[in-house]
Design a binder for this molecule. Structure first.
Ligand code: C2E
Ligand code: CA
Ligand code: CA
Ligand code: CA
Length: 276
């Protein structure tokens, strides 16, 4: 038995070392990825559920193509950038790119357009964050109501007082706030009342199981109904098939995103596909 335990320990020891090695490798390449032009902002269509899948906006999603490592997903490198502070600079790049393109699309289209941008807790906690958003809205002449910042509960857990004040100032500017990944983490219902959000995004893990999981159907139904009682818009993430679409339609979900409508694509492609 003692020998077996030893084998198990060394097995995990090796795995951890391998993971640490990979992290170091990623991190060293990430350091100059931005300056080497390896990062790009892609856009995933956001559609209206009620209005015949009409395109109403996009979520900006970061992509990294490293010549050495290939494509690295944001789930792998965003946490790294958060831990070494690089997320400030990278997040700033996303804000510029996304707002610049959105402003362009708004001007060319007669319909209102919404641009949703993910904000990391570290970014949100920056002293000048709200002023920075205000400056960017001016710089790109983007109507404030067009911008939706996606935050997660992590932001609210850390410094409630600051979070509340910043959210209030953003809303005063006319910027919309959405609570991302709802249904994972704490998903405290009290947050929904405490902070005045505009939108709630139901996590993909609920939507992707709708056809197999009765409990997820019940929860999705309840979340949509509750959000509507609180006068929030609801976005279903990760809609991939007709069953899932029919379900959220029947439950009167407001907006949807997912491969059924389109993956995230570069700005030029997005414009071609959606502004004509
Ligand atoms: P998220 O904010 O929850 O973004 C949604 C993720 O679901 C995206 O993954 C998107 O490509 C994926 N997705 C959308 N529809 C479908 C679908 O129908 N099926 C499946 N299987 N997946 C779908 P992505 O782009 O890999 O991003 C992962 C996460 O990385 C994001 O989750 C977000 O937390 C983070 N992230 C991405 N870009 C940024 C950024 O610019 N800033 C920050 N702070 N985080 C970002
Ligand atoms: Ca998001
Ligand atoms: Ca999400
Ligand atoms: Ca997520």
């Amino acid at each position: 038995i003692a020998k077996k335990e030893g084998a198990v320990v060394s097995f995990f020891g090796q795995e951890t070392q391998k993971a640490a090695h990979e992290r170091l490798l990623l991190e060293s390449h990430l350091l100059d990825a931005l300056h080497q032009g390896e990062l790009a902002v892609y856009f995933q269509p956001l559609v209206s559920v009620r209005d015949k899948k009409r395109l109403v906006g996009a979520e900006a999603l970061l992509r990294w193509h490293s010549p050495e490592l290939g494509n690295v997903g944001p789930d792998r490198f965003i946490p790294l950038a958060e831990s070494n502070g690089q997320i400030i600079e990278i997040g700033n790049f996303v804000l510029h790119e996304a707002m610049k393109h959105a402003a362009h699309w708004c001007k060319r289209s007669n319909n209102p357009f919404k641009i949703a941008i993910n904000i990391s807790p570290l970014q949100f906690r920056e002293r000048q964050f709200v002023e920075h958003i205000e400056d960017l809205l001016d710089l790109y002449e983007l109507p404030p109501g067009t911008l939706e910042l996606e935050i997660t509960e992590g932001i609210l857990l850390q410094d409630e007082h600051h979070a509340r004040a910043s959210l209030a100032r953003l809303r005063h500017l006319g910027v919309q706030i959405s609570l991302d990944d709802f249904g994972t983490g704490y998903s405290s219902l009290s947050y929904l009342q405490k902070y005045a959000f505009d939108t709630l995004k139901i996590d993909r893990s609920f939507i992707s199981n709708l056809e197999f999981n009765e409990q997820n159907r019940e929860l999705t139904r309840a979340i949509i109904a509750m959000a509507h009682k609180l006068k929030l818009n609801v976005v279903a993430e990760g809609v991939e098939n007709a069953f899932q679409e029919a379900f959220i339609q029947a439950e009167e979900c407001d907006f949807a995103q997912g491969y059924l409508y389109g993956k995230a694509i570069p700005a030029e492609k997005f414009a071609e596909k959606f502004t004509h």
